[in-house]
Design a protein around this ligand. Sequence first.
Ligand SMILES: NC(=O)c1ccc[n+]([C@@H]2O[C@H](COP(=O)([O-])OP(=O)(O)OC[C@H]3O[C@@H](n4cnc5c(N)ncnc54)[C@H](OP(=O)(O)O)[C@@H]3O)[C@@H](O)[C@H]2O)c1
Length: 178
Amino acid sequence: MKTILWATLTANGNYAQSGPDNPPKKEALDDFTAQANAAGNLIVGRRTFEGMQDPSRISAEEQANAGGPFTGLDIVVLSKSAQAIPGVTVARSPQEALDFLRKKGHPTALVSGGAEIHNAFLSQGLIHEVIFNVVPVMEGKGLNLLIDQEAYRHKPVQLLDCKSLGSGVVQLRYAMNG
Ligand SMILES: NC(=O)c1ccc[n+]([C@@H]2O[C@H](COP(=O)([O-])OP(=O)(O)OC[C@H]3O[C@@H](n4cnc5c(N)ncnc54)[C@H](OP(=O)(O)O)[C@@H]3O)[C@@H](O)[C@H]2O)c1
């Protein structure tokens, strides 16, 4: 099973944080929905999942579309503490999340954030490919994506694709086995 990490980065290379003062770009969100639907699944950290559930962050269009854009997908929420959450599968570790999706026959798993989850997968060497959507925003002090710093100081990766998504959003796609 191929594991893809999907993330939005700011123009100055931070791991982008969205909120009321910096709402996600429509082009990046549409791409995320398309990638998740293509994979048929998404893996998400407990804090990001709770943010996705916040009604103030869901558009009127999504509220009208009962179930939202992820209806029918296998959603895996990573948490060491949460008990069962209706409609999703809770996994206790990155490997447990991948084992669940592999057993369900998914050829691809989409790891969609947030920072702790992305860094857990990267540092455990569980990612085959990364998709970065770079948005035209500079951010002050913020979050970073980190590889296993004991194993690597620099890890070359292979550029697979580079394209514009519109409104200044640029998508970069890399294979981790550069
Ligand atoms: N740039 C992007 O593409 C992108 C995407 C999504 C989110 N974000 C941003 O990321 C931020 C949220 O990220 P975050 O780091 O605070 O939270 P997060 O990664 O969404 O969730 C963290 C939680 O996941 C669980 N967890 C973490 N590591 C785990 C592991 N190894 N095994 C099992 N469970 C694990 C823990 O849940 P328990 O506490 O329940 O144990 C932890 O509290 C927000 O600012 C959001 O805007 C950015």
